[in-house]
Every structure is written in C-alpha cells, then in structure tokens.
Design a protein around this ligand. Structure first.
Ligand code: SF4
Length: 93
C-alpha cells in the first residue's frame, strides 16, 4: 500500500459487506474502471476514491469521473473529420 492509498481510506475498516469508510460501504471497482487514476488500494482490494458503488455509477452510462474515459474522449475530439479531410485534400496533414 502506498502513502496515497493509506491517506485516501484512512480509518476505513473491512466488513462482511465491503469496505466501510466515512459512513458508507464501498464496493470494489469493476472492469470498466480499469485504468482510472481514482482507484485506490485497501487491504488488497481496489476501490474508487470518488464513488462507493462503481457498478451503479457505470450502469447509467460512462462514469463522468473516469479519468481514463475522459482522456480517450479528448484525444478523439482533437480530430475534426471535416477539417482533416480538407487538410488531406490540400495535401497537408
Ligand atoms: S471514478 Fe468512475 S471509473 Fe474511476 S474508479 Fe471511480 S467509478 Fe471507476
């Protein structure tokens, strides 16, 4: 466990229902969270530092706090297909 994860879930305890932290029971992250920088480790399990129920968060669509999804969308947004085709027609990049 690194210093950041210890700081994030300081005072948390593991219960039979999950990790209890500040009055909420946290569920482990799901596969869609993989790559997100908000994932923290607690006693060998990965939890989200922003949401107690990652699965419920993703059930409504993409998680709006996901750092890895936002990064992917930003790189896609940089390419405007219309401008790209005009540039290609002019022989530019
Ligand atoms: S912010 Fe969203 S994607 Fe990232 S770990 Fe939490 S629930 Fe998963």
């Amino acid at each position: 466990m690194n210093a950041k994860s210890a700081q994030t879930f300081s005072g948390a305890v593991m219960t039979s229902e999950g990790m209890a932290y500040k009055g909420a029971v946290f569920s482990p992250v799901i596969d869609k969270c993989e790559g997100c920088s908000r994932i923290r480790d607690f006693e060998g399990h990965a939890y989200c530092s922003s949401y107690s129920a990652p699965q419920a968060k993703w059930s409504l669509g993409d998680c709006n706090f996901a750092t890895h999804v936002r990064a992917a969308q930003a790189s896609q947004a940089k390419v405007n297909p219309l401008k790209a085709s005009k540039r290609a027609a002019k022989g530019g990049r």
